[in-house]
Design a protein around this ligand. Structure first.
Ligand code: ADP
Ligand code: MG
Length: 257
C-alpha cells in the first residue's frame, strides 16, 4: 500500500511545487513508483513536468467534482520513468465553490485516492496556497504532510495557522494525519538571515526538520520552463544534488519507521 503525502503551506512561493516535482522525480529514479496529484488551480506542477494544459483529458477537477469517475482515467505518464501525474486544469479555480454544495465535500479526493493507492509507493499532492476545500480535501486524503518553508524573514509567519488547520483536519476528518517533515528551501548561505531562519524553524519544529537544506539555485527556477525535473535539466547543479540528498534522507527516515 502506498503512502500519500500532501505538500502543504498556505503561503505561496515557498517551494511546494519545486519540492513536489523534484522529490517525486528523485524517488522515481530510485525505482519507487510515484504519482503526483496537482490540485493547485495554477497547475504549475502540471506544466513544470512537461504537460500542456491545453491537451488534458480527465484531471483532478473531474475527480473532485464529478460523481462516478474512475480516477485511473486521469493518470498520465510523465517523461520520467516510474513517475505519473494526475494533472490540474484551470477549471479547478471554480472547484472551491462547486465543492461546497456536493455530498461528502471534504472526502472526495480521499475516495479516489484510496482506489489508486495500492498501485504506488508514494503519492504526492501539490496543494494550492490557501486553506479552502481543495486543501482540506488533500489533508483529509493523505497519511502525512510535508511542509516546505522558505528561508526568508517572515518564514514562520502563518505557521500557527498552518498547524491549526492540520489539527482541525485531524480532529474532524483524519485522526491519523502525521507531519512527515519540514524542508527548508531557498537557503542562501551567504546571508545571516538564512542561517537565523534555519535555527528558528528548528526551534519550532525540532526533529521534524530535515538535515538537508535546499539552496537557492537558479537552475531549479529554470527547469520548469523546460518541463523537466532538475535531475533531467541539470543533474550536476547544486539544486539537483540537494534534491537527490533530500530524497535519500527522506527514504532513510521512512525505513526507520
Ligand atoms: P510554491 O509552489 O510554494 O508557490 P514554487 O515551488 O513554485 O513555490 O517556488 C516559487 C518560485 O521560486 C518559482 O519560480 C520557483 O521556480 C522558484 N524556486 C523554488 N525553489 C527554488 C530554489 N531552491 N532556488 C531558486 N528558485 C527556486
Ligand atoms: Mg505551487
Amino acid at each position: 500500500m502506498g503512502k500519500a503525502i500532501a505538500i502543504f503551506n498556505q503561503k505561496g512561493g515557498v517551494g511546494k511545487t519545486t519540492t513536489n516535482i523534484n522529490l517525486a522525480a528523485c524517488l522515481a529514479l530510485k525505482d519507487k513508483k510515484v504519482l503526483i496529484i496537482d490540485i493547485d488551480p495554477q497547475g504549475n506542477t502540471t506544466s513544470g513536468i512537461g504537460l500542456s494544459k491545453k491537451e488534458l483529458g480527465n484531471t483532478s477537477y473531474e475527480i473532485l467534482v464529478e460523481d462516478k469517475i474512475d480516477p485511473q482515467t486521469a493518470i498520465v505518464q510523465t517523461g520520467v520513468k516510474n513517475l505519473d501525474i494526475i494533472p490540474a486544469s484551470v477549471q479547478l479555480a471554480g472547484a472551491e465553490v462547486e465543492l461546497i454544495k456536493l455530498k461528502g465535500r471534504e472526502k472526495r479526493l480521499k475516495k479516489a485516492l484510496d482506489q489508486i493507492k495500492p498501485n504506488y509507493d508514494y503519492i504526492f499532492i501539490d496543494c494550492p496556497p490557501s486553506l479552502g476545500l481543495l486543501t482540506i480535501n488533500s489533508l483529509t486524503a493523505v497519511d502525512s504532510v510535508l511542509i516546505p518553508i522558505q528561508c526568508e524573514f517572515y518564514a514562520l509567519e502563518g505557521v500557527s495557522q498552518l498547524m491549526s488547520t492540520i489539527e482541525i483536519v485531524k480532529k474532524n476528518m483524519n485522526p491519523n494525519l502525521k507531519i512527515q517533515g519540514v524542508i527548508l528551501s531557498m537557503f542562501d548561505g551567504r546571508t545571516n538571515l538564512s542561517v537565523q531562519v534555519v535555527e528558528e524553524v528548528k526551534k519550532y519544529f525540532k526533529e521534524k526538520v530535515y538535515t538537508t537544506v535546499i539552496p537557492r539555485n537558479v537552475r531549479l527556477a529554470e527547469a520548469p520552463s523546460y518541463g523537466m525535473p532538475i535531475m533531467q535539466y541539470d543533474p550536476k547543479s547544486a539544486g539537483a544534488q540537494a534534491y537527490q540528498e533530500f530524497a535519500e534522507e527522506f527514504l532513510s527516515l521512512e525505513e526507520e519507521e
